[in-house]
Design a protein around this ligand. Structure first.
Ligand code: ZN
Length: 80
């Protein structure tokens, strides 16, 4: 696995996230620049739910090369 993740995250969460991504067969090359270097933070962000029923926690992965930012639902990932 050639992924590089920059700090800001606990070893425990990183392991959990890594195995979740692998288990889903998610391609981690950046969809815009094809690089494979990301930064992830422990801090979740809150976004509005699509049906406006409230907020959902999300994990952000930011491409270190181009800044493309992916949002993953933390509930679906089992982090929350
Ligand atoms: Zn990128």
């Amino acid at each position: 696995m050639s992924n590089k993740y920059e700090g800001h995250i606990s070893k425990e969460n990183l392991t959990k996230i890594e195995s979740w991504l692998q288990g889903k067969g998610i391609n981690r090359e950046c969809g815009f620049c094809n690089e494979n270097e990301w930064t992830i933070k422990d801090n979740l962000v809150w976004s509005w739910a699509p049906d406006n029923s409230g907020k959902v926690p999300e994990l952000l992965m930011v491409c270190l090369n181009c800044g493309n930012t992916m949002h993953f639902n933390a509930v679906v990932m089992g982090l929350k």
